[in-house]
Design a binder for this molecule. Structure first.
Ligand SMILES: NC(=O)c1ccc[n+]([C@@H]2O[C@H](COP(=O)([O-])OP(=O)(O)OC[C@H]3O[C@@H](n4cnc5c(N)ncnc54)[C@H](OP(=O)(O)O)[C@@H]3O)[C@@H](O)[C@H]2O)c1
Length: 319
């Protein structure tokens, strides 16, 4: 089946057999969700709080973060913690991870969830990378690298000491739409980036996330670390991800094809909390909470390594 056809089929998944009520009790667990102030991240935090996790809501805007925390409190009776995180700026990412490390010594579940899609092509990061690749991939790479020791550190809770920490990457079926190719020359300003366009850059960022997820899983296994890493496609979800003026086809797509945000949380929450989801370490889960197949290049070790080395070079002065 061609990859675009595979993408279309992913738009209409069968009903989920798993529901957020199936999340086990998470008392004492420390969970960090990037992009927690809206959409899928916000809705995931609701379920995590209801199951008694201590949840950090990471957001770039303090005001939006605090409003979200108030809304979550009204809904669940529980209070999430705020963590300021702007993935658009590597200095801010460094600051945010230092702040977090002063507050906690361990992370049980890290949801790499924040993301942008199709921003104006003029938008670049503080360090002059393409905004989509910069936020979705480079910023998150640095954040993960700086917080990784907290994922491998023993949990202060004896009951969860044997269960691994989890890194859950909210990727997308858009990984299927870029021919399995990462073109590093498009991630910084120049004619190649302009030619690629925002649609392609988003797809590349989501393919890169699956490559990184699989690579981190392998590295952790080789090092004997108690960490699993799983990439997911949350589905085609009616959230605020389409910022700005929407073209007519997006309006129709949202109305007739997309699902409410309550569906979008199913697959990442399953990956992050279900005991049986541990078997997907290094793999990809599609909607709703079912095994999936990303583009084959996502599992190409050589490509994963090339991406990892490139990212390490970009973030080295912030490590
Ligand atoms: N919706 C879909 O159909 C769909 C499909 C596949 C994958 N996904 C993925 O799902 C994830 C969540 O998206 P969503 O649909 O829930 O959209 P959303 O409501 O727009 O959520 C995205 C979140 O990322 C945050 N964010 C953006 N730029 C940031 C930055 N520089 N630093 C820190 N946080 C930043 C946003 O914060 P602000 O509110 O401050 O902008 C927001 O909280 C994304 O990674 C997206 O690519 C979504």
């Amino acid at each position: 089946m061609s990859h675009p056809i595979q993408w279309c089929r992913q738009a209409f998944p069968p009903a989920s057999k798993w529901h957020p009520e199936d999340i086990p009790d998470l008392s004492g667990q420390i969970v960090l969700v990037t992009g927690g102030n809206s959409g899928i991240g916000f809705e995931m935090i609701k379920s995590l709080l209801r199951k008694n996790a201590k949840v950090y809501l990471a957001a770039r805007s303090q005001q939006k973060g605090e409003e979200a925390i108030r809304a979550l409190k009204e809904d669940t009776g529980k209070t999430a913690e705020f963590l300021q995180l702007d993935l658009n700026d590597l200095v801010a990412v460094q600051r945010s991870s230092q702040d977090f490390a002063q507050r906690e010594s361990h992370i049980d579940i890290l949801f790499i969830n924040a993301g942008i899609m199709y921003p104006p092509l003029d938008q670049i990061t503080a360090q002059k990378y393409d905004a989509t690749f910069g936020v979705n991939v480079i910023g998150h790479h640095l954040f993960l690298r700086l917080l990784y020791p907290l994922l491998t550190s023993p949990s202060p809770l004896s009951q969860s000491q044997t269960s691994p920490s989890r890194i859950i990457w909210t990727s997308s079926s858009a990984n299927l739409l870029v021919n399995g190719r990462l073109d590093f020359s498009t991630f910084t300003e120049g004619p190649d980036r302009r030619k690629a366009g925002t649609f392609d850059l988003y797809g590349q960022s989501k393919l890169a996330q699956i490559q990184l997820s699989a690579y981190v899983a392998k590295r952790a296994a080789e090092a004997g670390e108690n960490v699993v890493s799983i990439a997911v496609d949350p589905g085609h979800i009616r959230s605020d991800i389409f910022r700005g003026k929407k073209p007519w086809y997006i309006i129709l797509y949202e109305k007739f094809v997309m699902y409410p945000v309550s569906y979008g949380v199913l697959t990442p929450l399953y990956a992050g909390t279900a005991p049986e989801a541990l078997e997907y370490n290094g793999k990809y889960i599609r909607p709703w909470a079912r095994p999936g197949q990303p583009h084959p290049s996502a599992y190409d070790r050589e490509q994963q390594e090339k991406l990892w080395v490139w990212l390490e070079e970009q973030v080295k002065e912030y490590l």
